[in-house]
Design a protein around this ligand. Structure first.
Ligand code: NAP
Ligand code: ZN
Length: 353
């Protein structure tokens, strides 16, 4: 049995998004059905839908994006123990995995070879050819991939934690960011502004690198100790050799070598931004300082819950622009121009109007 629900979809890499009816499966014994209240807009929604990542993750259309979901539980299956009717819950980038491989066993479902992404993966239940994401009225998800939202958090501001939050939390934790560490955040968008808030909450000294002089005041308000406009060579050189860790959240082609020279000996730059084309890497920027470059992919389910609980304790949510679903195409056009303060979130009640 399936239920027809409303969504917003793109039918090709160049079409705008528009209304589209999709099917959701009836909840099985391990499933939770969720009425979606809010869904954040991640730059990955655009990259995927526009087929920017044709080599690594080719787009399949029609595509219903959205993986920063907060909603209310409407039905639970017979075997569900973690969630109850009426709970405020969340779903991020993953909706299933094989549960048995070494990565799943280690709590790293994000590296399961058989993982099911919230949108754009083969639907293992066969309800549709591909999974459809959160730009929709409701979703049905295996309970293991449904997270608890701390009740003190604003639900709309909490939605971006499900991707922008965990994607920055995970590498900041992995590289021990905390008191006594100097951390750079490159790019002040959805991920970048969460990186600033989290690194500050962990007790580090935080410096933002931005290409947008208009964002300097906001960066300081969000928690940065210092802001550098990256086109200012003099300001950049003042920080040479001084960073323990730099998190690069940039969505487009840019020069990472100018940031590598800012790392101290043994420092690390982690890429979470996923520009469509390969970046060029200067071997000397690495060699003269034993520096390293890493990548980081969202986070596992247990760490995502840990991040939500941390945000609950520290009252951390995203700074959002709440929009109706009818404004999605405008929001996407603004995101392409790095014009967002600092995450668009769709009020899903507007889908009913
Ligand atoms: P976003 O809100 O659009 O922010 C990206 C920021 O990058 C912009 O605000 C801008 O900051 C900077 N930027 C944009 N174009 C630039 C250019 N040409 N040169 C230099 N800087 C530029 O995007 P997001 O949602 O935070 O996502 C950021 C990236 O992370 C995307 O590529 C996304 O696909 C990727 N991502 C990866 C993961 C993962 O698991 N690794 C998860 C989620 C997203 P300034 O104006 O401050 O310069
Ligand atoms: Zn995302």
């Amino acid at each position: 049995m399936t239920t027809q629900v409303k969504s917003y979809a793109a039918h090709s890499a160049t079409d705008p998004l528009g209304p589209f009816d999709i099917n959701r499966r009836s909840p099985g014994p391990d499933d939770v059905a969720i009425e979606i209240l809010f869904c954040g807009i991640c730059h990955s929604d655009l990259h995927y839908t526009h087929n920017d990542w044709a080599d690594a993750l080719p787009a399949v259309h029609p595509c219903v994006p959205g993986h920063e979901i907060v909603g209310r539980v409407t039905t639970v299956g017979a075997r569900v123990t973690k969630h109850r009717f009426g709970d405020l819950v969340a779903v991020g980038c993953l909706v299933d995995s094989d549960h048995t491989c070494p990565n799943c066993q280690a709590g790293l479902e994000n590296f399961c070879r058989n993982l099911t992404l919230t949108f754009g993966s083969v639907d293992r239940h066969g309800t549709a050819p591909m999974t459809f994401g959160g730009y929709s009225e409701s979703i049905v998800v295996n309970e293991r991939f449904v997270l608890r939202v701390p009740t003190n958090l604003d639900p709309a501001g909490a939605a971006p934690l499900l991707c922008a939050g965990i994607t920055t939390y995970s590498p900041l934790r992995r590289f021990g960011v905390g008191p006594g560490k100097k951390v750079g955040i490159v790019g002040l968008g959805g991920l970048g502004h969460m990186g600033v808030k989290l690194a500050r909450a962990f007790g580090a000294r935080v410096v933002v690198f931005t290409t947008s002089p208009r964002k300097v005041e906001d960066a300081l308000r969000l928690g940065a100790h210092e802001v550098v406009v990256s086109s200012n060579a003099g300001e950049m050189s003042k920080h040479a050799g001084s960073f323990d860790f730099i998190l690069d959240t940039v969505s487009a082609e840019h020069d990472i070598n100018q940031y590598l020279y800012l790392l101290r000996i043994d420092g690390n730059l982690t890429l979470v931004g996923a520009p469509p084309k390969p970046l060029s890497l200067s071997s000397f920027a690495l060699i003269f300082g034993n520096r390293s470059v890493s990548g980081s992919n969202i986070g596992g389910i247990a760490q995502t819950q840990e991040m939500l609980d941390f945000c609950g304790e520290h009252n951390i949510t995203a700074d959002i622009e709440l929009i109706s679903v009818q404004k999605i195409n405008e929001a996407w056009a603004r995101l392409e121009k790095a014009d967002v303060k600092y995450r668009f979130v769709i009020d899903m009640a507007s889908l009913k109007s």
